[in-house]
Design a protein around this ligand. Structure first.
Ligand code: ARG
Length: 358
C-alpha cells in the first residue's frame, strides 16, 4: 500500500466523518480550509465534533476489541487546552473517577493536545507495581516491572506488595517527568471471592475496576494524539484467564488448584482447566457482588456478532483480529470462534507506541 500524505489522511477522515454525520454540505469548505492550514502551518486542528466522532470510529476500527458494539457511546473529555503537569494530573484523576462512576463504568477517553508535548508514562492509568526480588522471583505484576523501576528512580517509595497501585507519571516537553500518587478515594479495587469455594477469600486476590489504556496513539485524519487515555469495562477473562493466570503474570493456577484439592502433578486431571474456570467464575462473581460493571466472554461474543451484523447493515466491512477476538477460554463455545475475520488496519485507529522513556 502506498503511504498516504498528511493531507490525504486529513481528507480521507473528513470525508468519512462528514458523510457519516450527514454534513456533506459543509465538507467542501472544510476541506479547503484544512488544505490551506496544512500548506501554511503544516498542520490543522480537529473541530470538536470531528474529534469526538474520530475517537469513536477509532474504537469501531480496533481489530483486537470484542466490545465494539458500543462504539457510539464513548464519552469524550476534550482536554486539548491543558498545558501544565498539574492540570494533566487533575484531568487524569477526573478520568479515573468519571469512568469508574461508582462501578457503573463509562467508556471514556481524555484527549490532550499533541502540540503541548504531554507524555503519560503509565501503560494504564491504574496498574499494579511489579518488583524483582534478589532471588529472581517477582512480586506483583511482572507486566509493570520496567515502569515500576522508573517510578522508583523518580522517587516513588516501593511498597513491595502484590497489589500496589502505581503512581501517575507525566512528562511535559523537555521537563523532567513528574510523579503523583492517585488519591485512594478514586481507586476502586475488587476483592475476589468465590460463590462456593470458601478458601478463595484467604488468598487475598484483587483487581482494579477500570482498565484505562494510556500508552496508545489515537490517530485521526493524520493527527497523532500520543496522550489519549481511554477505557471500557473488563471482560472477565482478561483478569481471570490472563492477568492472574498467565505464567509470566500472576501465575495463580497452581495456587487455585491446590485450594480446590486437585492433583497438580497429573496433567490428565486437567487441573489447570478446572482452576481456570473457578478463577474466572470468582472474577465475575466478585465484580457483580461489588456492583462493578463486567462482562462474561459468552455475552461479549454475542455482542460482537451483533456488532458485525449491525456494521453489515450499515454497509461497512468489519476488520478484526481473530486471535484477539476469540476469548482465551472456552473459545469453541463462542460464535466468534466459528467466524472468519479480515485483519486489515483502517484509520482512525489506536496504535501501539514505543515506551516513552526509551
Ligand atoms: N487486557 C487489559 C487488562 O487486563 C485491558 C485491555 C482493555 N480492556 C477492556 N476491557 N477495555 O488490563
Amino acid at each position: 500500500m502506498i503511504e498516504q500524505t498528511f493531507l490525504e489522511k486529513a481528507k480521507a477522515y473528513l470525508e468519512l466523518c462528514y458523510l457519516e454525520l450527514n454534513k456533506e454540505d459543509l465538507l467542501e469548505a472544510r476541506l479547503l480550509a484544512v488544505q490551506n492550514l496544512i500548506i501554511e502551518t503544516g498542520t490543522y486542528e480537529l473541530l470538536d465534533f470531528e474529534l469526538e466522532y474520530g475517537t469513536k470510529v477509532a474504537w469501531r476500527n480496533s481489530n483486537k476489541c470484542i466490545g465494539r458494539l458500543f462504539w457510539r457511546s464513548m464519552e469524550v473529555l476534550d482536554k486539548r487546552s491543558l498545558e501544565t503537569a498539574d492540570q494533566v494530573f487533575a484531568a487524569l484523576f477526573e478520568h479515573i473517577d468519571f469512568a469508574t462512576n461508582g462501578g457503573n463504568i463509562r467508556s471514556t477517553i481524555t484527549v490532550f493536545n499533541p502540540s503541548n508535548k504531554i507524555r503519560l508514562w503509565n501503560p494504564q492509568l491504574l496498574g499494579f507495581a511489579g518488583y524483582l526480588s534478589e532471588d529472581g522471583s517477582i512480586i506483583g505484576d511482572s507486566k509493570n516491572l520496567e515502569f515500576t523501576q522508573k517510578c522508583i528512580e523518580l522517587g516513588w517509595e516501593p511498597k513491595i506488595g502484590q497489589f500496589d497501585i502505581l503512581p501517575l507519571v507525566v512528562k511535559i516537553g523537555e521537563d523532567a517527568p513528574v510523579l503523583k500518587e492517585i488519591p485512594k478515594e478514586i481507586v476502586c479495587l475488587v476483592q475476589l471471592e468465590h460463590p462456593s469455594i470458601e478458601a478463595f477469600k484467604s488468598v487475598n486476590l484483587q483487581w482494579y475496576s477500570t482498565p484505562i489504556i494510556s500508552n496508545m496513539t489515537l490517530e485521526i485524519g493524520g493527527i497523532e494524539f500520543l496522550s489519549a487515555p481511554f477505557n471500557g469495562w473488563y471482560m472477565g477473562t482478561e483478569i481471570g484467564a490472563r492477568n492472574l493466570a498467565d505464567e509470566d503474570r500472576y501465575n495463580l493456577l497452581p495456587t487455585v488448584a491446590k485450594l480446590m484439592g486437585l492433583d497438580i502433578r497429573d496433567k490428565n486431571s486437567l487441573w489447570k482447566d478446572r482452576a481456570l474456570v473457578e478463577l474466572n467464575q470468582s472474577v465475575l462473581y466478585s465484580f457483580r457482588k461489588a456492583a462493578v460493571k463486567i462482562i462474561d466472554h459468552h455475552s461479549a461474543s454475542k455482542q460482537f456478532m451483533q456488532f458485525m451484523r449491525q456494521e453489515a447493515k450499515e454497509g461497512r466491512d468489519v476488520t478484526a483480529d481473530w486471535a484477539w477476538i476469540v476469548p482465551p477460554t472456552s473459545g469453541s463455545t463462542t460464535k466468534v470462534f466459528h467466524t472468519e475475520m479480515q485483519n486489515s488496519v483502517v484509520s482512525p485507529n489506536y496504535f501501539y507506541q514505543e515506551n516513552p522513556w526509551d
